[in-house]
Design a protein around this ligand. Structure first.
Ligand code: HEC
Length: 158
C-alpha cells in the first residue's frame, strides 16, 4: 500500500518535533546554569600564570613579571566598560577559540585573516583545576570597570 501524502507529511512533522525536542534538551544540558567556581587565590593565580608560561604572550595590568614588559603582548585587565565575568574568563582560558577578544580582532599590525584565529594554545591537559580557579581569580581582580559611556547632554537646568 502506498503511503498517502498526508501520512508522509505527518511523519516528517513528527520527526521534526522529535529532533527539536532532542536538540533543545541537549542544549539545555550544555547550559552553565548551576555552574560555580571554587574560591581562587589571587597570589597563587599569579604564580600559576608564570608557571604555565602565559607570560609568553600576556602582560597583566597592574602586575609586574620578569619575562614580559608591562603593557606589551595581549594585555589582560585594565579599564574596561564592563568587567568580564568568571564564566567569560574561564571560557577564554579553556576554550580560547570560542570567542576572539575585541582587542585582538581590531589589531592593525596583524593581517586581517589572522585576527579571526587565536594563536593561544589550550592548557587543558596540563593545567590543574586549582590553577584555573586561581588564574581566573587573579585575572578578574586586574580589571577595573569604568561603566557605560553616556553622551554629554546639554544641561537643561540653570
Ligand atoms: C602563544 C600566545 C599565548 C599564550 C601562551 C597564552 N595566550 Fe591567552 N591569548 C593570546 C591571544 C593572542 C589572545 C587574544 C585572542 C583571543 O581572544 O584568543 C588571548 C586571549 C586570552 C584571554 C582573553 C583576554 C581578553 O582580552 O578577552 C585570556 C583570559 C587569556 N588569553 C588567558 C591566558 C592564560 C591564563 C594563559 C596561560 C595558561 C594564556 N592565555 C596563554 C595568546 C596567548
Amino acid at each position: 500500500m502506498k503511503p498517502s501524502a498526508f501520512s508522509v507529511s505527518g511523519l516528517a512533522w513528527g520527526c521534526l518535533v522529535i529532533i527539536c525536542l532532542f536538540t533543545s534538551c541537549s542544549e539545555e544540558a550544555r547550559q552553565s546554569r548551576g555552574f560555580h567556581l571554587p574560591e581562587g587565590d589571587v597570589d597563587a593565580g599569579k604564580v600559576a600564570f608564570v608557571e604555565l608560561k602565559c607570560t609568553q604572550c600576556h602582560s597583566v595590568a597592574g602586575s609586574e613579571f620578569s619575562d614580559i614588559k608591562s603593557g606589551t603582548g595581549h594585555v589582560i585587565g585594565g579599564e574596561v566598560r564592563k568587567i568580564k565575568t568568571y564564566g567569560e574568563l574561564v571560557t577564554s582560558v579553556i576554550d580560547p577559540s570560542h570567542r576572539i577578544s575585541e582587542q585582538y580582532a581590531s589589531r592593525e599590525d596583524i593581517p586581517e585573516d589572522k585576527r579571526t584565529q587565536t594563536p593561544m594554545p589550550t592548557f587543558n591537559s596540563v593545567m590543574t583545576v586549582k590553577q584555573m580557579c586561581d588564574i581566573v581569580t587573579f585575572l578578574h581582580s586586574r580589571y577595573r570597570e569604568t561603566g557605560p559611556e553616556f553622551p554629554d547632554y546639554p544641561m537643561l537646568m540653570p
